[in-house]
Design a binder for this molecule. Structure first.
Ligand SMILES: [Zn+2]
Length: 1003
């Protein structure tokens, strides 16, 4: 899935978060009571701990069999699992019930002691249990005793539900699904029937699977009608049998009806208005991560791979699409037709997809695959770029992975109303229109975006679809890899798109987020639906991609590709864990590098290291520590990373052959240089996921070298120095004066990466000052920016530009100039505007009533999506309060502005002084409605929360945010993003306290 497009297609400009940080320690899942304001300083985010406590064993230590569960639960005295649980939503888990019953919150200490005692007792009991000759799978140990009744929840009809875990039992596996669907696009409902061939692997009396929001009419098992039970909070249904089912295959049939969803997941309805003003409807799917169960009853976990045959009934005016090619269309009565699709390859439920719509398409063949791009008929002129790009990238991947794409067709479909950037359904990739369509006036930056999303989704056809993570804890295996491959493939196939600079920005973004204490390890235990949703964040995507880059840069030529190819070959059509990938890479490493030993340190610890360099002559002392923006609490953190440190010096610094490597595995190590050097720069081109601090001399030498001739370092190294020193300043390790010292050289700078990084960092500080009404300092910051970047701003042309790098540079400069009103750069531009500058110009135009009105008209009538997107951003950048309120309302109710744009609208409004408090109030007042449209924990919600709060820097706002989030209870108080938001506000407060005075004297 691609998540980036929820916001503006300019990631660096949209990160409003995670700046001046301090450290919280986390969230306590138990914390539900509104009477306890969230205090991030003394609780620990450990979603899994409570569950471990319940299970008493590690996640996969047991077969997930009902009897097993029963035994371990009984041992642990799980009487707290009372039946009231079925009153709760799917979010509820043992954890919450366990703690919420008590009338006062235990302190963290008490809880820790309690947990330790319970674990000890549990361990002792288990030892006894084993000594008595029982184990968790023998038949002799399955008998329940009377206390067991209390652990099973009640089904909807009052009967005991025979399963008490969010994860399904492993005793029954699906083998094949026959799915027949008939959506009615007039009344927005559908009828379905699913026939599942199941394999009973261990004798059991129950079959448990997922189903949500559907009305089951009838179920049969091997032809006989059977009674079913439903436990709604966990979206599970169960079939109970009087006798054990013997091992073997059976057929389970279920017929049902349901509404087409009006949110963005499941089998949902969508509509658009064509150029004749006529509303047209369609139905499409979005199942990842947990919504296949809303379209058909299924074993909805990624490891339950199966084959699928899908039949779709539709009116003859529509077409239908699914993962596989269509085999036959049959005429039914009443003018209906039924399409039947080929049997699929073995795959996970979240990758199943189908669409009923009136789309048109263009196609082309690549090797044995027919590639097609679909869109609404009005936009048929905009599909060609996507088709050509997809074909080139498919060829690249076919050859890079040495495993050809296995299906005979690949469809890319632009859906008019779609929340994610795109979704990699096997053979039927769905996109937002903005991420697939390219019109005649789209700029190269628009193309860079479309190309990136296509490259990402195509990479998933191997990483994710062909080989899938076992469980959502390893989501990064899908997302980190697809993200990394998108950069590799574009670099190779479209070198002109300057994707390298974009990737550098992405790494900076990932570092900023991961420097918060509320971050999490790349591979994190997850169990509840919200935790699964939360995995779709920058750690899984951007940090995942960054550590793969670091690994690839450490391996010698070709080893990475070879290891990856072997991994795909070995595990194709099955499921894996991180370890499987590391082992495949270790096997090809000639330098005897234990990839898993090195990489585990990057996936199991949260955060990343700060490496401190102290040089004395040729002796260099290197020390690593966990870098947290609030460094005060990090002293007892003993995490150690295996860091493949790289460095260059004045002797040789620009060519790639200059790079030296040193493996730092201990806390401290000494490096002996062969010769005297003038300066050293570590983490060459910022290929490694760590930041570097030097002693005073070290910084002085580097700053001196830059002033003398900045070209002694590559532009990526210069950008990295800027990034690192701002981060160090935020953590309090260097003074802001030191930051400004380094920035002195920037008047000579003209490369995209360092300039955009510097503007981004300064822009963040400006916005904080602005929001605190520190008007004097804000205007001094404006002068500082003008003084340091004014001549570069002046040198930018407003003409047609073809280089992506130059476009990125000029739009960053001109947008800053216009937003700060520097030197009247943005007076009147009434004539033709190059499309990469449209947003900047539109934003200026949107500040007058007349301009805003024109833009609104454009927004309503434009069928060019990149243009529409820029228009919307401009509309939301208005300073007029009534317009702000109007646009907030319209984008949430979806009437004049699509609801999919709501996160973007919030993000844009929050940038301006006029709007950010309105946006915050709006979010608070409409929280229920917002969470009906966007799932709790989803990246849309993450974005909304961070946009609305990340610029607060006062105690009043902190308390207000804490009170609001605490009051959410089940509707979000436990989200990780809430902790991130609180942590960010605290860091902003601290940074302001420490630096306001410095700014007075230094700006
Ligand atoms: Zn993805």
């Amino acid at each position: 899935m691609d998540k980036t497009l929820v916001l503006a297609p300019q990631p660096r400009n949209m990160i409003e978060n995670s700046m001046f940080e301090e450290e919280p320690d986390v969230v306590d899942l138990a914390k539900e009571s509104p009477s306890y304001p969230i205090d991030t300083d003394n609780v620990v985010y450990e979603p899994r701990s409570s569950r471990l406590l319940v299970r008493g064993l590690g996640e996969n230590d047991l077969d997930e069999d009902e009897e097993d569960y029963e035994s371990s639960a009984r041992l642990l005295g799980m009487s707290f699992m009372n039946r009231s649980s079925n009153q709760r939503s799917a979010a509820s888990s043992y954890i919450r019930q366990h703690y919420s019953g008590s009338c006062s919150m235990p302190s963290t200490k008490t809880m820790v002691v309690g947990v330790v005692v319970l674990v000890l007792v549990a361990s002792m009991l288990m030892v006894l249990y084993f000594l008595l000759g029982c184990n968790f799978t023998t038949a002799g140990c399955q008998k329940t005793n009377s206390t067991m009744d209390s652990i099973y929840p009640n089904s909807t009809n009052g009967e005991l539900f025979p399963w008490a875990d969010l994860r399904l039992p492993c005793s029954v596996h699906p083998v094949h699904y026959n799915i027949t669907l008939h959506p009615d696009l007039t009344i927005m409902t559908f009828q379905g029937s699913v026939s599942i061939l199941v394999q009973v692997l261990n004798e059991t009396k129950n079959i448990v699977l997922h189903s949500s929001d559907m009305n089951i009419i009838k179920a049969t098992f091997d032809g006989k009608e059977v009674h079913f039970l439903e436990y709604k909070p966990w979206q599970q249904i169960a079939f109970k049998f009087p006798e054990d089912l013997k091992k073997g295959q059976y057929v389970l049939n279920i017929t049902y009806t349901a509404n087409l969803s009006s949110s963005y997941d499941g089998f949902y309805n969508s509509s658009y208005v064509d150029t004749n003003g006529i509303k047209r409807v369609l139905a499409a799917t979005q199942f990842e991560p947990l919504a296949a169960r809303k379209a058909f009853p299924c074993f909805d976990e990624p490891a339950f791979k199966s084959t699928f045959t899908i039949k779709m009934t539709r009116e003859s005016k529509y077409i239908s699409l699914s993962n596989m090619p269509k085999v036959i269309t049959t005429d039914l009565k009443n003018g209906l037709e039924e399409d039947e699709f080929e049997k699929s390859v073995n795959m996970s439920t979240y990758l199943v997809a189908f669409i009923v719509a009136d789309f048109i398409s263009v196609s082309k063949n690549v090797s044995k695959t027919k590639v097609s791009v679909y869109a609404v008929p009005d936009k048929k002129e905009q599909v060609q770029y996507a088709l050509d790009t997809a074909c080139k990238l498919l060829e690249f991947y076919n050859s890079f992975f040495k495993n050809e794409y296995p299906l005979s067709k690949l469809d890319l479909v632009a859906i008019p109303d779609f929340l994610a950037g795109a979704m990699e359904n096997w053979g039927l990739i769905t996109f937002r229109e903005t991420t697939l369509l390219v019109g005649s006036n789209s700029s190269a930056i628009d193309k860079q975006l479309v190309t990136s999303v296509i490259a990402h989704e195509l990479a998933h056809q191997w990483f994710g679809n062909l080989v899938t993570m076992q469980w959502w804890n390893d989501l990064w295996l899908n997302e980190g890899f697809a993200t990394y491959m998108q950069y590799i493939s574009i670099e190779s196939v479209f070198p002109g798109l300057d994707i390298d600079t974009e990737f550098l920005n992405v790494r900076f973004k990932a570092l900023a987020k991961d420097a918060l204490n509320s971050s999490h390890p790349v591979s994190t235990v997850v169990s509840t639906p919200e935790q699964v949703e939360e995995m779709f964040d920058s750690v899984s995507y951007e940090k995942g991609a960054s550590i793969l880059l670091m690994l690839n840069a450490t391996l010698t030529d070709g080893e990475f590709q070879k290891g990856v190819t072997q991994y795909l070959q070995k595990y194709k059509l099955s499921n894996t864990k991180s370890e499987n990938l590391w082992n495949s890479l270790s096997q090809v490493s000639k330098q005897n590098l234990s990839v898993s030993e090195m990489m585990n340190t990057w996936t199991v610890h949260k955060g990343f290291p700060l490496v401190t360099v102290k040089r004395s002559g040729t002796q260099v002392t290197l020390t690593q520590e966990h870098f947290l923006l609030n460094a005060e609490n990090s002293t007892d953190d003993s995490s150690l990373w295996h860091i493949p440190l790289t460095y260059v010096s004045d002797k040789c610094s620009v060519l790639s052959s200059c790079k030296q490597v040193f493996h730092l595995k201990e806390k401290t190590a000494t490096l002996k240089l062969p010769d005297q050097v003038k300066w050293l720069k570590f983490n060459v081109r910022s290929d490694g996921f760590y930041i570097v601090h030097y002693d005073e001399e070290g910084w002085k030498d580097l700053i001196g070298a830059l002033k003398e001739d900045m070209n002694v370092l590559s532009c990526k190294d210069r950008a990295a120095l800027i990034n690192n020193i701002f981060a160090l300043s935020r953590s309090g390790k260097v003074s802001f004066r030191q930051v400004l010292n380094l920035m002195d050289y920037i008047r000579n700078e003209n490369e995209t990466a360092p300039v955009t990084e510097a503007l981004f960092q300064l822009g963040q500080i400006y916005r904080l000052l602005d929001k605190r009404s520190e008007l004097d300092l804000a205007s001094r910051m404006t002068s500082y920016i003008e003084d340091h970047f004014g001549s570069l701003m002046e040198n930018q042309s407003w003409d047609l530009e073809t280089s992506v790098s130059k476009m990125t540079l000029r739009s960053a400069l001109l947008e800053m100039a216009c937003s700060l009103n520097i030197r009247n750069f943005c007076v009147v531009i009434d004539s033709w505007i190059p499309s990469d500058l449209m947003r900047t110009v539109f934003k200026v135009a949107a500040q007058t009533d007349e301009g805003w009105g024109k833009l609104l008209d454009m927004y309503k009538h434009s069928i060019n999506d990149p243009e529409k997107h820029k228009t919307l951003e401009a509309l939301a950048s208005t300073q007029d309060v009534w317009k702000i309120i109007w646009i907030l309302q319209k984008s949430l109710d979806g009437s004049e502005i699509q609801t999919q744009e709501f996160p973007l609208v919030i993000n844009t409004i929050c940038k301006s002084f006029a709007g950010y408090l309105y946006a915050w109030d709006f979010v608070k007042e409409n929280w229920d409605k917002i969470t009906q449209k966007f799932s709790v924990g989803s990246f849309a919600i993450q974005s909304i929360i961070m946009s609305a709060t990340s610029q607060f820097s006062t105690k009043t706002h902190l308390v207000e945010a804490q009170n609001f989030f605490s009051s959410l209870g089940m509707k979000g108080s436990q989200m990780r993003i809430v902790q991130e938001a609180i942590e960010t506000i605290k860091l902003n407060m601290r940074w302001m306290e420490n630096n306001l005075n410095t700014l007075q004297s230094w700006l």
